[in-house]
Ligand binder design. Structure first.
Ligand code: TRP
Length: 449
């Protein structure tokens, strides 16, 4: 089994890949809008608290499990808990990753179309209505959105097939620094627009009166999605981290990058939205419906629009790669497929599932499950049920099932590193985190309001 397993060649490569997974559509459109809806600065404070207090320990546990297991998510649980049914959890996370990637591919396909629209100058001299029409016609088109979605999956597959070092690491190392520069440029541009102060106030002023129980839970859910927790993604990537790297440091770096990009996206998007008098609560449509409008009425907007949609595409791509790798690693290691065959199988399978998601904005919009479209069902089931469930199971496995000494060994690199916070970490993992997540899970299923 362990011939020579592919791995990340450098610390920077590992961080680029992991941060690439974490930084995604969740940071760029979801975060600014969630923060806006839930009390701005107050949401931000709670979000950061959850990220550090719950996200960090769970991320570190996924890293420890993955690097100890040296395998895909399924194999890792089989090895670490032999003779038990824990491998089913590994399997569940692989299926969940495939589900997330299916609907993620739909929105990622839109970002490709928007790069193209931006380059071809389609937003120039458009009215708000024109921009709405462009979006609605596009997403409900019988095949245009499908072509972009499938193209996106093929690009993802092309990077994956090249392997961990020569594919994932190589491309995330190129895309992540570019992404960082673009988001900083956009942030500077947006915060110097006339009237931008209101947007910044919206994001940073802590209005605790707007904070409800629901928004506290949204902050936790957002932290989970944004950090790519609980779906075997971090676990699989961690199996490629060298034994000499400090896992605690890496998790801190990934978390800092993810949070920084979320805040920078808020700075880039909200001031622009306010400066042009657009409703910040437009939600998912914000990026595609209102930003083209913002850009076209901005000096050099043509250029900013292209930059922005490239940013969005890179963010989506580096996250999609991480989701696809979970499935491919499983097929290669457990089903003994070649990497090429595994990638083709995964790309076609998820591409096909994704087509249903994409078409559910057009020809298939009448197919509903409990009132939700196919896209919304995929999103709901994976984000609101499978994700928190995955998080809880990680806590139970790492906190209760696994021998403490194994965790301690892995995090301290067999005792070579000092990890002063081990007791605090173990306490959060056993009690605080699972209870908090349990509450979110009940809430998102509507059992606890
Ligand atoms: N974290 C990514 C984002 O913010 C999405 C993502 C990638 C993800 N891998 C994941 C979400 C695994 C949940 C689980 O867009």
């Amino acid at each position: 089994m362990h011939k020579t397993r592919d791995s990340f060649g450098s610390k920077f490569g590992a961080i680029a890949a992991l941060a690439g997974s974490a930084v995604g559509l969740g940071n760029i459109w979801k975060f600014p809008y969630e923060a806006g809806n839930n009390g701005g600065g107050a949401f931000l404070i709670i979000y950061i608290f959850f990220t550090l207090a719950i996200g960090l320990p769970i991320m570190l546990s996924e890293f420890a499990l993955g690097r100890r297991g040296q395998q895909n998510a399924f194999g890792t649980f089989k090895t670490l808990a032999p003779g038990s049914k824990w491998y089913l959890f590994g399997l569940l996370s692989i299926i969940a990753a495939a589900f997330i990637l299916s609907f993620y591919g739909t929105v990622s396909g839109w970002t490709l179309e928007y790069v193209w629209l931006a380059i071809s100058g389609a937003f120039h001299h458009q009215t708000a209505e024109g921009i709405h029409d462009t979006f609605n016609t596009f997403i409900s088109h019988p095949y245009k959105a499908v072509i972009w979605q499938v193209s996106f999956m093929v690009i993802t597959g092309a990077i994956i097939v090249a392997g961990v070092k020569k594919g994932i690491e190589r491309y995330t190392k190129m895309m992540m620094p570019v992404l960082f520069v673009i988001v900083i440029l956009l942030g500077i541009r947006a915060s110097t627009l006339p009237g931008a102060g209101e947007g910044l106030k919206f994001l940073f002023y802590p209005d605790f009166s707007k904070l409800t129980g629901q928004s506290v839970l949204s902050a936790l859910g957002q932290a989970f999605f944004s950090l790519s927790l609980g779906m075997g993604v971090l676990l699989t990537y961690a199996s490629y981290i060298r034994k000499t790297e400090n896992l605690a440091h890496i998790s801190l770096q990934v978390i800092t990058t993810d949070t920084l990009v979320a805040i920078l996206s808020g700075i880039a998007i909200l001031p622009a939205v306010f400066s042009f008098g657009i409703d910040p609560q437009a939600g998912p449509g914000l990026v595609f419906l209102t930003l083209p409008q913002v850009f076209q009425s901005m000096p050099l907007g043509y250029f900013w629009a292209i930059l922005f949609f490239i940013l969005l595409t890179f963010a989506a791509l580096t996250s999609a790669i991480s989701l696809m790798e979970v499935v491919v690693a499983y097929l290669v290691e457990e089903k003994k497929m070649s990497r090429l065959k595994a990638t083709i199988t995964t790309t076609s399978g998820i591409g096909l599932l994704g087509i249903f998601c994409t078409l559910s904005f057009g020809p298939l919009q009448n197919i509903r499950f409990f009132g939700l479209s196919i896209f919304d069902t995929f999103d709901f089931v994976s984000s609101n049920i499978l994700l928190p469930l995955g998080g809880i199971l990680i806590c139970i496995f790492a906190g209760w099932r696994l021998d403490k000494s194994i965790l301690c060994d892995e995090i301290s690199n067999e005792g070579r590193l000092k990890f002063k916070f081990f007791r605090l970490y173990a306490f959060i993992l056993k009690y605080v985190a699972p209870i908090c997540i349990f509450v979110i899970l009940l809430n998102s299923m509507g059992i606890l309001k």
